[in-house]
Design a protein around this ligand. Structure first.
Ligand code: MN
Length: 260
């Protein structure tokens, strides 16, 4: 299996290399990552200027590509121009800091996975609690365990997954498939531990709020589980579409927003 590995913390970030080490058991891993930190750039791409790729030797032996652009650039450019072999999987991370709620729209880590999916490649973004910053090798082992679960499960329509790994204490956290909970946070840059607390304002529909608590990413994390959310690039609000155009909405549009 050919794996393109990127991140938004830059090519020298420890989270990238912890994941690199852990991923080598699954296949041939090529690092294509931004030369500088790109956290919070969202799905930005470079289009007015050229993108430069520099082949670099990392950790004394591993070749990788340092890119002048954003995480989405790394994936788009990597898949479409730079790498001569087709890639079977795009992996982004491990980001130090969770990507939940509205933050996934700002996240370069998640955008890289969406970019992979938009190019037809199964893509998984990994983020972890800042509390794991000194044990990223643990987080990477759990990332690979989660990846095997995704790869070994029924093939879903989704090609992008957002995985968050909670603070680890040596125990084996349960892996939970979740919904993205569209929440905003009252503070600009909240402490990692506060992400899942009650200062989140629910923006979900009434129907969604009736779901079990840990059906959502933020709540699964709060319960100490690994959250795995399948994502789609289609942002259509299918509930509203049905109400606005009941006779014209496609027959397969369901009120649960799955579109299937
Ligand atoms: Mn980051």
């Amino acid at each position: 299996m050919n794996i393109l590995l990127t991140n938004d913390d830059g090519i020298l970030a420890p989270g990238l290399w912890a994941l690199f080490e852990a991923l080598t058991e699954l296949g041939s891993v090529t690092v294509v990552a931004p030369g500088t930190e790109q956290s919070g750039v969202g799905h930005a791409i470079t289009y007015r200027e050229g993108i430069r790729a520099e082949r670099v030797l990392l950790n004394g032996q591993i070749e990788g590509y340092s890119i002048t652009g954003t995480p989405a650039d790394c994936v788009k450019f990597g898949l479409l121009a730079l790498l001569d072999k087709p890639q079977d999987l795009v992996v982004s991370g491990i980001n130090v800091g969770m990507n939940l709620g509205h933050n996934i729209f700002y996240s370069g880590t998640v955008a890289a996975a969406l970019e992979g999916a938009m190019n037809g490649v199964l893509s998984v973004a990994f983020s972890t609690s800042a509390g794991n910053a000194d044990r990223l090798d643990w987080a990477a082992d759990h990332a690979v365990r989660t990846l095997k679960r995704i790869l070994g499960g029924p093939r879903p329509c989704a090609r992008a997954f957002n995985v968050n790994i909670p603070a680890l204490n040596g125990q084996q956290p349960e892996i939970r498939f979740t919904r993205h909970r569209a929440t905003r946070f009252n503070v600009w840059r909240e402490a990692e531990e506060e992400v899942a607390r009650e200062d989140c304002e629910p923006m979900a529909s009434k129907e969604e709020q009736l779901l079990e608590c840990d059906a959502y990413d933020v709540n699964a994390i709060e319960a100490g589980m690994i959250s795995v959310t399948p994502l789609r690039a289609d942002l259509t609000d299918t509930d509203s579409l049905r109400r606005l155009m009941p006779s014209e909405a496609p027959a397969d549009v369901r009120t649960d927003g799955s579109g299937r």
